[in-house]
Write a protein that binds this ligand. Structure first.
Ligand code: GDG
Length: 470
């Protein structure tokens, strides 16, 4: 079996892959450890041109090499802050109104992809399998191919793939899809995303799709697949239980004074539907006065991408809404919304989930949404909380035990909160069992192993011979 090369915008540090930083880093690292290989990407640092060109910096951990490069200010502005996060992210989340398109940023995006690919080539071996992650790196395989790389290359898109009419809003949409056709395998979170890609291929690229997943477009052949990212549910359950008697949980319990608790955790992002969520919580208090003073919403929202203007705006909007709602319904000893712009330790978060009666997860669009899965996994099976989940999260296709809501229907969401708050124990347990069974059946290991199994078995492209590179 050839080595595995993982390329992602950010590379986890060796310490993060072992600790509690995040399930994904741990999952990907597991595959790297098994096969041996390289994890390559941006270090997260903005550096001088000299330092950027000197990279990659290498750090060895057993059979795994962590290889990172810094980006210059210009590259960061055009590739990361610009085209990736001010064009691709909003459009792929159906927020064309928040997107901008600048030709120079797109050129920078392609230039950085080509530069990164060139840096990686020196680390490649002939039978390596290469797994590229996410929207920052769409042109990566095309750049590798143009330098003669014929290894198997797969791509997994963590965010939604938009319907063709939405994708057309990005002027170089055809070039982007052409770049995607340079992969051997494209992985999507849901069948809807896969279908949207197929629709683009057949309607706008004069391509074909046969047997449900074999695509021919731009003179190339590739496969597509649906790989629903998961979590390791039993590990989360164990850790949430282990942490439940820690001081932070006791402090929270004491401060709630017997009130019910609704928990939400999201990166501070306009795709997560936070404003709509706050308003639906307000409606619960407005329409059901018995809950005033008796239920608290804890929203943890660590800021991200705070140098992108649209992220500054969502932060202001939320501060305004939280202040307004709290001004309306607070008492001397009661604050309805506790809004925290802070990062918390992962296991602490899981233990807070376990303490709450509702997990309120209402994105306007979301590739999967791991918080929904983590919430379910963290529950006490004897007295589980209820997941209230947006139909626009990829996770909604799997978690049929959740109460599904439309985030544009504020009254509907407030009614779901009411239903969850009053739900009898037997129904909560039944719904929890259904959700846990879904998580166990399709955990993070299944996601990773099935993608890699399919990638390793795609027929070799172009040459028809073994992999390799010039
Ligand atoms: C993208 C796609 C897809 C959040 N706050 C803290 C914290 N988190 C952790 C959560 C969860 C992760 O971050 C967020 O994952 P999500 O899936 O919910 O959302 P995105 O960040 O938008 O991820 C998404 C995902 O990629 C994977 O494919 O599901 O659709 O958008 O694990 O727990 N972790 C810690 N402190 C925090 O304050 N430690």
């Amino acid at each position: 079996m050839g080595r595995l090369i993982v390329v992602s915008n950010r590379v986890a540090t060796p310490t993060e892959t072992k600790g509690s930083a995040g399930g994904l880093a741990v999952g990907v690292f597991g595959a790297l450890k098994d096969a041996g290989g390289v994890w390559f990407g941006w270090s997260g640092d903005v550096v001088s041109e000299t330092v950027a060109n000197a990279g990659p910096a290498l750090e060895q951990d057993g059979a795994v090499t962590f290889a990172t490069v810094g980006l210059t200010r210009k590259d960061y502005d055009q590739y990361y802050r610009g085209f990736s996060n001010a064009t691709l992210w909003p459009v792929f989340h159906y927020r064309n109104d928040l997107a901008r398109y600048e030709r120079e940023e797109y050129a920078g995006y392609r230039r950085v992809n080509a530069w990164l690919a060139h840096k990686l080539i020196k680390l490649l071996e002939p039978d390596d399998v290469i797994w590229i992650h996410d929207y920052h790196l769409i042109p990566f395989a095309e750049a590798l191919r143009s330098e003669g790389v014929t290894n198997r290359i797969g791509f997994f898109l963590h965010i939604p793939f938009p319907a063709p009419q939405i994708l057309l809003n990005i002027p170089p949409h055809e070039e982007l899809v052409k770049s995607l056709s340079c992969y051997d395998l494209l992985g999507f979170q849901t069948a809807t995303d896969q279908q949207a890609f197929h629709d683009y291929v057949t309607r706008h690229a004069r391509g074909t799709v046969s047997n449900g997943n074999q695509v021919e477009a731009f003179g190339r052949k590739l496969r597509t697949g649906v790989y629903r990212i998961g979590v390791f549910p039993d590990e989360i359950a164990d850790q949430a239980k282990r942490y439940e008697s820690r001081q932070h949980v006791l402090d929270l319990k004491q401060s709630l004074e017997g009130r019910k608790l609704i928990m939400s955790v999201d990166r501070l992002d306009y795709s997560k539907g936070l404003v709509e969520r706050f308003r639906s919580f307000e409606l619960l208090l407005e329409r059901s006065p018995e809950w005033r003073g008796n239920v608290t919403l804890v929203q943890i929202a660590p800021p991200t991408r705070s140098d992108v203007a649209t992220y500054q705006k969502i932060r202001q909007d939320l501060e305004y809404e939280a202040g307004r709602i709290n001004g309306r319904y607070s008492g001397l000893d009661y604050t309805p919304i506790r809004y925290l712009n802070q990062q918390y330790d992962r296991w602490k978060l899981m233990s807070l989930f376990r303490e709450s009666q509702i997990g309120f997860v209402t994105p306007l669009h979301d590739g999967m949404n791991l918080v929904a899965k983590e919430y379910v996994a963290a529950q006490n099976p004897d007295d589980p909380g209820v997941l209230v989940l947006s139909i626009f999260a990829g996770a909604a296709a799997e978690l049929s035990g959740a109460l599904l809501v439309n985030p544009h229907d504020a009254i509907g969401m407030s009614e779901a909160l009411q239903q969850a708050l009053q739900m009898p124990l037997a129904e909560r347990q039944r719904r929890h069992e259904i959700n846990m069974a879904a998580l166990r059946k399709n955990d993070l290991g299944v996601w990773r192993d099935s993608f890699l199994r399919d990638l390793r078995s795609v027929p070799l492209r172009n040459t028809g011979e073994g992999g390799g590179h010039k």
